[in-house]
Design a protein around this ligand. Sequence first.
Ligand code: IVH
Length: 677
Amino acid sequence: MTDNMAERLDALRRAIDYHAHRYYVLDDPEISDAEYDALWRELVALEAAHPELVTPGSPTQRVPGAPAEGFAKVRHAAPILSLGNAFDPDGLTAWRDRFMRLLPEADRAAVAYVVEPKIDGLSVVLTYENGELTLGATRGDGEVGEDITANLRTLRSVPRRIPASRESAVRAPARIVVRGEVYAPVADFERFNAQQQESGVRTYANPRNFAAGSLRQLDPRITATRPLRLWLYQIVDFQDARAIRSQWEALQYLRDLGFPVERRIRRFTDFDEMAAYVVEWGQTDRRSLPYEADGLVIKIDDFAMQARLGYVGKDPRWAVAYKYPAEEAVTRLIDIRVNVGRTGTLNPYAVLEPVQVGGVTVSQATLHNEDYVKELDIRPGDMVAVKRAGEVIPQVLRALKDLRTGAEQPWEMPKTCPACGQPVERAPGEAATYCVNSECPAQLVRGIEHFVSRGAMDIEGFGIRQAELLTQLGFIRSLADVYYLDADKLLELEGYGDKRVRNLMAAIEESKARGPARLLTAVGIRGVGEIVAEQLVDHYGSIDALMDAPLAELQALSGIGPVLAQNIYDWFQKQPNRRLIERFKAAGVQTAASRGTGDGPATLAGLTFVITGTLPNLSRDQAKDLIKAHGGKVTDSVSKNTSYLVAGEAAGSKLTKAQQLGVPVIDEARLREMLAI
Ligand code: IVH
């Protein structure tokens, strides 16, 4: 029995490692997120039932450890070097001439070059002994770095064991020290920053600072929430029977071990061809990368030649960084203005004299928050450096203070909201200034935009334009007014013909049945997204019940932290918010979970089911929907609160657990009887 269990655990861990590798390292998943989650949940449940079978290498043990007091210093096995630079084709040729002189005649014609993106992140050094990750460190000064193993372990693209996939043909070396770069994909970074800004928390200036800041958190649980990735480009130290003779071979070997290695790399045997590629790349591929790269690194492929060439100071003679001019431009900052976010945050932005940066015209750029403007002392009228990289929203980097006329005055955050004129507030310890007027029109427009959006009430034909127009006209003064629009008044508006109004009204009507979880997401309580909303509705069944939940009860819900519980509680304590919910109800918006969906009587009300294995006729989702439609609840793991386990073929650990706990086990036929279908 335990043997079977150990086998199942092993199979699950293998499958999870394999699929995580496909997803995070190869960017090429084979299964859906839902399937992956199912494997993961099964592993978690099995390990919970058999703690004695948990191994340190299990993917569940990637969970972050406890916060550290500080980082220990570690001496690197070999110096972690830096690179010399070239900034144009002449610089590249000069580099070649320098090393060619030092190579014997016979080698000169045989030089091959490996060209890799120079990714802009934080350099890290990982040590694996007998296949296990034993140390992860920052580069530090090249000799001594900091031990950030606990943080690096939380990154999914950092294998904790190599080879990462057990199907790999390569065996783990006795010891290998590798070097790479931890970075944040630009899109993930921007998403993260936008969320931070909405919540009034400090934003990061660029993906590099973000990666560095995230890796240097003392609490690995914070690092674990950050969208960081790794890719490797160097073997620093290696102890194994096999020999690796070149950079190209090294990268392939690292890939075989299951490390993430960039595929956008090239090998050239001809210098001129390589140089042409390098120049062209700056205009083309560089701009379409999902991460920031400030150049390319060109390395002599052959390790014997590398060894012969050696170093000058900290820079190897056998490699050079080709750096492109930063995609920066200088222009005049005409004005600093402020826009108001959905949660009332005041976000300063720059109005610029239009300028070309990285191939596009930029006339606005972000200034993040008040502190950013103050710390950099950016003033309206200044000449400023503006940067745009990849898809990053353009940003003002600095003011060129030498060019000041003396007339430029320091900027102050407005004391009143630019949209509603009410006083603004900045809470101590928060980076954001807020407009706290719940009736502020700018917040309302953003709030409506969110309310009608896809993941919320999903009202087709309703977007920011409509939100702006209808608030300006005073047709909408609160979110609930969306359900009290007068079709006749809409028909009087320009561009609002019969058909358009009819469609809009129908879409609004249809949205009333989206259910309480969507409504909860839509009203925009800070921290309450789809998942939390569903969890709350699952627990309380209706917004009415949630509205009266005591704070202590909310705090006790699993997965809801104290800050979130407080936010939810505070939101429902406010009279205008309670009135809002009442008005939704009066308009016929569904605020309670349906117990039975009309086609099924609520025969399963109060019962909790878990489904496992393959049922003969129904898919799991179908069974789940049917149970829910009849008022029952479906959860993922068997506990003493489970009323029935519905088991199909190849039911695994859940069946064992149910039997242990004495939970009744039924098959599909019995379920159908209960559903009377
Ligand atoms: S090779 C001796 N390759 O750029 C080998 N470095 O300016 C030196 N970097 O500190 C490093 N991508 O953090 C190398 N493909 C790449 C790189 C790379 C980014 C960083 C690395 C290094 C810095 C040097």
